[in-house]
Design a protein around this ligand. Sequence first.
Ligand SMILES: Cc1ncc(C[n+]2csc(CCOP(=O)(O)OP(=O)(O)O)c2C)c(N)n1
Length: 388
Amino acid sequence: MDENGAADAGSPGPAADPLADEDVFRVLDADGRPLPDATIPDLSDERFRAIYRDLVVTRRFDERAVSLQRQGRIGTYAPCAGQEGSAVGSTHALADRDLISYQYREHGAVVVRDLLTEYLPYWMGHESGTEAIAGGNVFPLNIGIAAHLPHAVGAAWAFDYRDDDRVVAVHFGDGATSEGDFHEAMNFAGVFDTPTLFCCHNNGWAISIPEARQTASDTFAAKATAYGFDGVRVDGMDPLASYAVTLEAAEQAREGGSADEPAGDGATRPALIEFVEYRFGAHTTADDPTAYRDADDVDPWRVLDPVDRMEGFLRETGRIDDEGVASIREEADAIVADAIDFAESIAPDPADMFDDAYADLPPEVRRQRDELLAAVDEHGAESFRREE
Ligand SMILES: Cc1ncc(C[n+]2csc(CCOP(=O)(O)OP(=O)(O)O)c2C)c(N)n1
């Protein structure tokens, strides 16, 4: 343990046997076979394949984004490999009108909303990447840990107040549960019955802090009890379990509950969903996980790879064959390649960096902008763009 409380490499991190946890809800076994007594979500074959396609697109995007960062074509990136099942499965359980507010790793939610092309420019430093996803009912990503939770609850409260039949799914990590914003948001949601789904991605780590150093509670889901609503644990690497749990929570949140209904009357409640999963890669492309965990700590979790598991399910139940898998992979490669081509075709205006923070620029910032504009005039905008 270092002076910041971070685990030394090799310190006990999350469970060494992820399947040993019996209070975690699952539909699929590690190979994607339905578990005995599991209820398979009632979805069309086409929808099952769409879930698989979105998982494959998210994985492909992740691989390419890490590689682009290594080539200097994007600045930094937060990899999501291992966590696609929860983001994709849960978003498929929502209606398009429902709002999503996420941290910075739940790229799968954006893929399900078909916004990858609009979104990738954000990672390349273009503000347009956050604006565009609003059209798909996705709030901009959030780097300030847990700071988006009160906003998400506020949006949910507004939906409820206006009798607008929408819920808000707000995604965050286990580390976010140590922030005051998390507790304030949870309390408000519980008292005012806001239709909020708190989606906690327990990926075992908050950068180098293992989950055991994050909380003394038995589980993250248990925290909901203190705020008067239900918390549930689900295997976030099982896309169908993530779908089923989110659907149920969304239905419960959607049914009613209004700002003027007294709290604690047993009416509809928000929900906390703890997705139990693992981050296969680095925290971000600026991180080296071998500084705080052994490389082989990942192995027991790789067995639960959400992409392989969903493929296993589709094969096992006769919904896909080799040809179907190959065609989805090809489609995913093309979707991601097109998104990259689009993002790299944007010619940024260096002065954009002064937009969107102030309605009226303060004098010092105005002076800086004018200085930049004068330099652009003198040297040409090309001089300020990345070298190819
Ligand atoms: C308010 C705030 N404090 C600290 C940080 C620095 N920081 C960036 S990511 C991170 C860890 C977050 O962990 P978790 O919420 O578990 O999400 P994960 O990265 O594992 O997906 C921290 C502390 C920050 N971005 N915002």
